[in-house]
Structures are given as structure tokens and as C-alpha cells.
Write a protein that binds this ligand. Structure first.
Ligand code: ATP
Length: 274
């Protein structure tokens, strides 16, 4: 369903942020991308979503290269491929339910979007997404009055109302306290399991990748240096990913989030890239 092939990003012809990375998945998985700051994780996700233009490579989704899409087709892909950001990207002064409905804008015609005309169906969909994320009670509060964890759940609800085929999360818990981080990661895991969506999540912390992701991609200096099961993240692999020439202290890449029980059927082998 997804085949990323030799994707590359150069900034200004000098900085190689992503260096010919390839990976594939033949079914929806929960994939964590780990690596040091500057390893190229954000750039990788942003290229897949078309927020950052790739210098070279292909991203085949159901056999179609989404990097070549233009105009309405590109916007449709960006709707299919919902993005969640570290800083939530909500409109602070708008209430929660309106923020969630903004996820629908890309699905409406330009004129309707211009006048922010939402139908009953949009409201229904937004409220049900908020309910699912456990924050329907805050629907009429301004987004800026919510805690970080609540705001991230609003952002996830907004992503869900896009009816996406894939969710990309760029360090979704980096600004959150451990308890809020746990709620957000559980929500993403639940979306993967219940809706059968591919979730690709950039993470700073190893234990989070281990606890929530079936498969992990490790990046170092723009290159993909590990692609395997989260259970294969042994100390040597971790040292290689983080480029540490001494014994890495896992506490430096850890939150206090505990592992979550997962149904056995979701802990399958990683798809072998073609
Ligand atoms: N717009 C840009 N212009 C120039 N260089 C950039 C730009 N965006 C990213 N880079 C560089 O590309 C490299 C990869 O950055 P990227 O943000 O993708 O890494 P990251 O692994 O997501 O890091 P972090 O965990 O700190 O977010 C870094 O060297 C960064 O400085």
C-alpha cells in the first residue's frame, strides 16, 4: 500500500536532510521513526505529505506516485494523509468543534470553504470524533484554553474528520507531560487498530517506540540505518541509530510512559520492503 523509494531532500544543495531513504509496507502498520535531532525524521514525513518538496525519489501509494500529484489531486492526497504536529496547529481563538471541522475544509469546494459553511454532517462528524477522543465536553471552549494534551487530542480529532487513509504524526508528544503523552499515544494506537489506518509517528523516545509501535525505522544523518520490529531494538542497534560511541543511557531517550497491552494479532512481522 505504501512504497517509499530513494526519497531524498537537499536544502540549498548542501544539507542532505534525507539521503535516499526507501521502505515499504504492504498493510497498515504502526511505524515509529526514531533518531537524533536533525536526523531527518520531520523532513521525511513532510515530504510524504507534500508539505516539503522532495529533491528526488518516489512515494507510491496503491501504485501511484503521490510526489507527482498537482492541484486538486495533491490536495486530495493531503486530505488522505492527515498530519499531526508537535505544536498542535490549532486556531487558538476558535472553539474546539470549529477547529475539528476545519479538517473537513479540504473536502469541500473552494467557495464553501471560503465562507466556512459547515453542514450538519460536518458538525456530527466533528462531535463524534471529539467524543471518541474523550473531549466532547470541551467542544465549545476556545482551543487556547485547553491543556497541551487536550489540544493534541483535538488535533487528532481534526485529522480523523478528514477521513484519512494514513496518519503522519511529527513528534506528537514532544511538548507533553508523560501522562498526556500516554493518552495521545494510546489514541494513535487505537486509530491504527480500530480503523486499520497506517500510522507513522516520529518519536524522540525509545520506550515510546517500543511500547506503541510494531515496526521502527531508525534514522541517522538522513539515512535509514534500521528497519525492523520494535523488539529488535537491542543496545547495539540503539547505539548505531543514535551514533553514540559509548554505552547509551536509555534514560536520556525515555519518558516515564509504561508499556500498553496490545492484541497479539497486531504484533506481526514488519513488511519487507520491495
Ligand atoms: N527548511 C530548512 N532549511 C535548511 N535546512 C533544513 C530545513 N529543515 C530542516 N533542515 C535541516 O535538515 C536536517 C534534518 O532536519 P529534520 O527537522 O528533518 O530532523 P529531525 O530528525 O526531525 O530533527 P528534530 O527531532 O530536531 O525535529 C537538519 O540538519 C536540519 O537543520
Amino acid at each position: 500500500m505504501l512504497e517509499v523509494s530513494q526519497i531524498r531532500k537537499e536544502f540549498g544543495g548542501r544539507v542532505v536532510a534525507v539521503d535516499n531513504v526507501s521502505f515499504g509496507a504492504d498493510r497498515p502498520q504502526m511505524i515509529g521513526v526514531i533518531g537524533r535531532s536533525g536526523a531527518g525524521k520531520s523532513t521525511l514525513l513532510r515530504m510524504i505529505n507534500r508539505l516539503t518538496p522532495a529533491t528526488a525519489g518516489e512515494v507510491l501509494v496503491e501504485g501511484r506516485d503521490v510526489l507527482r500529484l498537482k492541484g486538486a489531486e495533491k490536495r486530495a492526497w493531503q486530505r488522505d494523509c492527515a498530519m499531526i504536529f508537535q505544536q498542535f496547529n490549532l486556531v487558538p481563538r476558535l472553539n474546539v468543534v470549529t477547529n475539528v471541522m476545519l479538517g473537513r475544509l479540504n473536502g469541500h469546494g473552494a467557495l464553501r470553504s471560503l465562507f466556512s459553511i459547515f453542514g450538519d454532517d460536518d458538525i456530527e462528524r466533528a462531535l463524534s470524533a471529539l467524543d471518541r477522543l474523550g473531549i466532547a465536553g470541551q467542544a465549545l471552549q476556545r482551543a487556547e484554553t485547553l491543556s497541551g494534551g487536550q489540544q493534541q487530542r483535538v488535533a487528532i480529532a481534526r485529522a480523523l474528520t478528514q477521513n484519512p487513509r494514513m496518519v503522519l504524526a511529527d513528534e506528537p508528544i514532544a511538548s507533553l507531560d508523560p501522562l498526556s503523552a500516554e493518552v495521545v499515544m494510546k489514541s494513535l494506537r487505537e486509530i491504527h487498530e480500530r480503523d486499520g489506518l497506517m500510522v507513522i509517528c516520529n518519536l524522540h523516545t525509545l520506550d515510546t517506540a517500543r511500547a506503541y509501535c510494531d515496526r521502527v525505522l531508525g534514522m541517522r544523518q538522513g539515512k535509514l540505518v534500521f528497519d525492523g520490529l520494535s523488539s529488535e531494538l537491542n543496545p547495539a542497534v540503539v547505539r548505531d541509530i543514535y551514533g553514540a560511541d559509548h554505552e547509551i543511557n536509555e534514560a536520556t531517550t525515555s519518558t516515564s510512559i509504561g508499556p500498553v497491552p496490545r492484541p497479539a494479532e497486531h504484533i506481526g512481522p514488519a513488511a519487507v520492503p520491495a
